[in-house]
Design a binder for this molecule. Structure first.
Ligand code: FES
Ligand code: FES
Length: 155
């Protein structure tokens, strides 16, 4: 039986009926049409589905939509500022941290959380933060450099 949940996603309040087994990832992508969040493994191994749930980087494939009832969710669509890429997104582009791009939304959300709670992370902290996000293409070095660039630009 469906349950009515309410959730603020990217600043917009949604009240919707969902099946108890519907994941947050399915809710975001299929019910709300926010397809920036990607499904990779679906079992908590890759991080491509990462969103911020009440400011905490969270695998949306492992979270039920009903668990996010009453919560604030931020997806990659929230990052652009007035239609322009934000500092972190710009840095990913400039540093060549995007190849196929499939991991990028998750990487961006994980690093957004990191920078919010630690505005000056060192390389080790950056690597630790993104250790749950897999990238098949870049070898991670460019991603680390992009995050470092975004942090330096901010200081
Ligand atoms: S799709 Fe969620 S961790 Fe891989
Ligand atoms: S850029 Fe292809 S998986 Fe990371």
């Amino acid at each position: 039986m469906k349950k009515i949940i309410s959730m603020t996603v990217n600043g917009i309040l949604y009240e919707q009926a969902v099946e108890p087994r519907r994941t947050l990832l399915e809710f975001i992508r299929e019910d709300l049409g926010l397809t920036g969040t990607k499904k990779g493994c679906g079992i908590g191994d890759c991080g491509s589905c990462t969103v911020l749930l009440d400011n905490v980087a969270t695998f949306s494939c492992l979270t039920l939509a009903i668990q996010a009832d009453g919560c604030k969710v931020e997806t990659v669509e929230s990052l652009a500022e007035e239609g322009n890429l934000n500092r972190l997104q710009e840095a990913f582009v400039k540093q060549g941290a995007i190849q196929c791009g499939y991991c990028t939304p998750g990487m961006l959300m994980t690093s957004t959380e990191l920078i919010r709670r630690n505005p000056q992370p060192d390389e080790k902290e950056i690597r630790r933060a993104i250790s749950g996000n897999l990238c098949r293409c870049t070898g991670y070095q460019k991603i680390v450099e992009a995050i470092q660039t975004a942090v330096e630009d901010k200081s």
